[in-house]
Design a protein around this ligand. Structure first.
Ligand SMILES: [Zn+2]
Length: 410
């Protein structure tokens, strides 16, 4: 594969700084040269892409991906459950859709199948199927109401108690999952009041934290309740979603852990719930009431966490019928609208900070970094919504290879 040079572009490098005129050279899977201020990169042996004054930026990172949540901008699926064959094909399709919309990385927030994402990741990494880099997950862990009937000595991976939790984490690691998702507290959108109920004990989550470290996997937590946030921080979770009811103590703990933890408020699903106009048989009144409360709290929470230096990430629970996969870039516009971010700050969160979440040299236009790049017609730092139009993405490169190549070559 020949090297690639992008010329006649304005570079948004992921840092949050204003775009600058520059050139970029890619060799194999990495960015090897970045020139600015009228300097040129080497053109030796390269395919030269004239960016026509567009913006070259890092690929976007979705911090709360659900490739197995079925609905997408291409296909509306009523409900959430599909037969396994349909689910597999739908998830593969959703992976391609995320990449088509500029998301070159996705951190999974849980799947509807035990192994599907892990197999899908392998197919994507082999180059056999298009899709983002994937931190794959297994099913979300929700503790059972009643313990299953077991033989003596047998451990239920989904049962109560430290041993069961340990077995679950170990089992996820054994099949190749990297993100292990726990619902630390419930979800009021689905069951009134549940966001305030803890689903795990301190002992169980301590066991999860210990086993995750031993197995080399990352804990990922759904946490609305203040106590859920605290449990997540104390037991080494890598990313906590929502954090809606974080109190002063929870904020303090998040601030202390800010070097190792990420928070993703998932505003996309909240806004989508408020905007939805469901058919008459589908009563969303309760969900809308809850979403209004969550929105109000998060509009205060996110600026406060940012002030404390906590790393905050876009990612909005896309995949529901009223919040389809492929609409993920809308989160950035919502960050500007609700959280007081400038477009450049929102882009920084979705690129450089997203790269940190993925744990790879990603999310920056910087020599040595992996070449996941978007060539955008227009300037997302002026108009963040431009990223929601996939036709404005003139080139999409992942790992130095084009997923989408501009038609006009120099
Ligand atoms: Zn989710």
């Amino acid at each position: 594969m020949s090297p690639t040079v992008f010329t006649n572009v304005r570079v948004f490098d992921g840092s949050g700084a204003e775009p600058f005129e520059g050139e970029v050279r890619v060799e194999a899977e990495r960015i090897v040269q970045l020139a600015r201020d009228g300097e040129r990169v080497s053109r030796e042996g390269a395919l030269v892409i004239d960016g026509r004054g567009g913006t070259l930026m890092p690929g976007l990172v979705e911090a709360h991906a659900h490739l197995t949540w079925p609905s997408s901008v291409e296909k509306f699926v009523p409900g959430m459950h599909l037969p396994p064959e349909e689910l597999a094909l739908t998830a593969a399709r959703n992976a391609r859709i995320l990449l088509d919309h500029g998301f070159t990385s996705a951190y999974s927030a849980g799947a509807l199948s035990k192994k599907l994402e892990i197999v899908l990741k392998r197919h994507i990494d082999d180059g056999g199927l298009p899709g983002p880099r994937l931190v794959a997950s297994s099913v979300e862990r929700v503790p059972p109401v009643d313990d299953a009937q077991l033989d003596p000595g047998e451990i239920d991976e989904h049962g109560r108690g430290a041993d069961s939790v340990r077995a679950f984490v170990k089992g996820c690691a054994a099949i190749g999952a990297k993100s292990v998702k726990f619902l630390i507290s419930g979800e009021s959108a689905l069951q009134p009041g549940a966001s305030h109920r803890l689903l795990y004990t301190e002992d169980e989550l301590r066991a999860a934290g210990e086993q995750a470290r031993e197995s080399g996997v990352w804990l990922t937590g759904h946490a609305h309740a203040a106590e859920a946030v605290k449990l997540g921080v104390r037991h080494g979770f890598r990313v906590l979603y929502h954090c809606t009811y974080a109190d002063d103590e929870a904020l303090e703990l998040l601030e202390q852990a800010r070097e190792r933890i990420f928070v993703a408020p998932t505003i996309g699903i909240v806004q989508a719930t408020l905007d939805a106009s469901p058919p008459p048989h589908f009563d969303m009144r309760h969900m809308k009431e809850d979403a209004a409360i969550v929105l109000e709290r998060q509009r205060a929470l996110v600026p406060e966490l940012r002030r404390r230096g906590v790393k905050l990430l876009p990612g909005g629970d896309y995949g529901f019928p009223f919040n389809p996969n492929g609409r993920n870039a809308r989160d950035l516009e919502l960050w500007v609208r609700h959280f007081g971010y400038t477009p450049a700050e929102a882009l920084h969160a979705a690129t450089q900070l997203g790269g940190e979440l993925m744990g790879m040299e990603l999310g920056q236009v910087r020599p040595g970094f992996l070449a996941d790049l978007l060539l955008v017609e227009g300037d997302p730092c002026r108009d963040i919504a431009v990223l929601q139009d996939k036709n404005k993405l003139k080139a999409i490169m992942k790992n130095g290879r084009f997923h989408k190549q501009p038609g006009d070559l120099q």
